[in-house]
Design a protein around this ligand. Structure first.
Ligand SMILES: [Fe+2]
Length: 155
């Protein structure tokens, strides 16, 4: 039998299947536990994404306190998939943090484009000239996406 990881309700094949838990506090404590296995932490991430309430979104935002850049990168990615304005302040902060890992900042920029709220335009324009090409190119793509979306809604 050919068994493969399932496709999520977002159309993505995720690196870990969503947790079976529905308990926000349980999902939160696994997410925030730097000693928990990365697979389990990612299972919490994808479950919190699937729940997709303001609370689950803000719980994911708390996860940026994690010491794992891989996890923080994944958080930025799912916040883009969720397309919730609640994540905007956190993603702006992550993109603007020059101490943050460049791939986390890159993913925060793309998420700001994916959310589709034009409030993100000034910060994306600010980092168009970032010294890291991964960040500047992501800002360019995000701005092009925001412009493409607003042009296609006017037409
Ligand atoms: Fe990425």
């Amino acid at each position: 039998m050919d068994v493969r990881p399932e496709v999520s309700e977002y159309g993505s094949v995720d690196p870990a299947p969503a947790s079976d838990s529905e308990q926000l506090d349980e999902l939160r404590s696994i997410l925030l536990d730097d000693n928990a296995k990365m697979f389990e932490r990612m299972r919490s991430v994808f479950k919190l994404r699937n729940i997709r309430t303001p609370e689950s979104c803000l719980t994911l935002c708390e996860g940026f306190s994690s010491t794992s850049a891989l996890l923080r990168h994944e958080l930025a990615y799912v916040l883009g998939q969720m397309q919730m304005d609640e994540a905007l302040p956190t993603l702006v902060k992550v993109l603007s943090d020059d101490q943050e890992h460049v791939m986390v900042r890159h993913e925060a920029a793309e998420a700001l484009g994916a959310i589709g709220n034009r409030e993100a335009v000034p910060v994306l324009e600010k980092y168009l000239k970032d010294e890291h090409i991964e960040v500047s190119e992501s800002c360019e793509v995000a701005l092009d996406l925001l412009n493409w979306v607003s042009n296609s809604t006017i037409a």
